[in-house]
Design a protein around this ligand. Structure first.
Ligand code: ATP
Ligand code: MG
Length: 285
């Protein structure tokens, strides 16, 4: 049973926020990954989340769809509180989202068409397979891969696999698409194709887009807004210009790809590399 006060967000409304997070704290044991984060993801916009490895970007977007539940705080999807819903109801809410997980795993034993068909057969009421096939063809055309229906994932390049995963993510016409590191592991040209697709889907389908990335070229190209996470907090939030000129040293180090003086001092002081070139006595004959 949801208490009346739990629904405060509904009563107040969440403005233009499609996903709204209030005072979200997420920890694993003593590791506080997200520390009292409040954030509203605007409808129809592309919000990019940046930050160093391990800072909690994936954990944040998993909370958006309640694949992880917060330790405290609230999560809303279109004014409806969702962090306290049972799994069965969450599955319904999740059909409004498309997500491209880090790694973008396809089912290897399914061909391209079957991969895209999967969410349709799981979640939609479509029973006419020809109608489902039309949807698959249309989604593949959107990502520029019409004709690849019968290919198996092993035959595709990394960029093509990401595009198939993207076609699968949009199979149910989601209102929100969450991308976790969509350009990682791709060469700059293939990465740019993914950037263009993200922009195209946002423009043509009007979807609300959230992209987690390390790739600042991609961030600057696609973002209406960039948020930087560091030590569990949002330390910067604004458009590309705002981030480029941000005074916070951690923001400048991140966007310019510089290690901090502290990190470098540890490396310079360490003689482990020299030691590692010699076998320990135990291994000598
Ligand atoms: N299921 C889990 N159980 C325990 N700890 C976890 C779990 N998931 C994430 N963590 C921890 O939470 C922290 C944030 O992880 P997260 O995957 O969100 O980082 P990230 O910012 O996405 O990093 P990357 O850029 O490398 O993908 C890490 O310290 C990680 O070890
Ligand atoms: Mg991650």
């Amino acid at each position: 049973m949801v208490k009346a006060e739990d629904n405060k967000g509904t009563a107040e409304g969440n403005g233009n926020g499609v996903i709204v997070v209030k005072n979200l704290t997420k920890r694993f044991g003593n590791n506080i990954v997200l520390d009292n984060i409040t954030l509203s993801i605007e409808k129809g916009k592309t919000t990019v989340v940046i930050g160093p490895s391990g800072c909690g970007k994936t954990v944040l977007i998993k909370n958006f769809i309640v694949l992880l539940r917060p330790n405290s705080g609230e999560i809303y999807f279109k004014d409806k509180r969702i962090d306290n819903l049972p799994d069965r109801e969450l599955n319904k809410v999740r059909t409004h989202y498309g997500f491209l997980f880090q790694g973008g795993a396809l089912f290897d034993s399914f061909n391209v068409a079957e991969n895209i068909m999967f969410p349709i057969t799981q979640h939609s009421r479509i029973t006419d397979w020809r109608q489902a096939e039309d949807i698959v063809n249309a989604k593949l055309a959107m990502v520029g891969l019409d004709g690849f229906q019968n290919y198996y994932p092993a035959k595709l390049s990394g960029g093509q696999r990401k595009r198939v995963a993207l076609a699968r993510a949009i199979a149910l016409n989601p209102e929100v698409i969450l991308y976790d590191e969509p350009t990682t592991g791709l060469d700059p040209i293939r990465a740019d194709i993914i950037n263009e697709l993200i922009l195209k889907l946002q423009r043509e389908l009007g979807v609300t887009t959230v992209v987690v990335t390390h790739d600042m070229t991609s961030a600057y190209k696609i973002a209406d807004r960039i948020i930087m996470l560091h030590n569990g907090k949002i330390i910067a939030d604004g458009d590309a210009e705002h981030i480029r000129n941000h005074p916070h040293p951690q923001v400048q180090q991140f966007i310019n790809g510089q290690a901090s003086e502290d990190d470098l001092a540890v490396l310079r002081a360490s003689s482990d590399i020299a030691k590692a070139q010699f076998l320990p006595r135990d291994f000598e004959e």
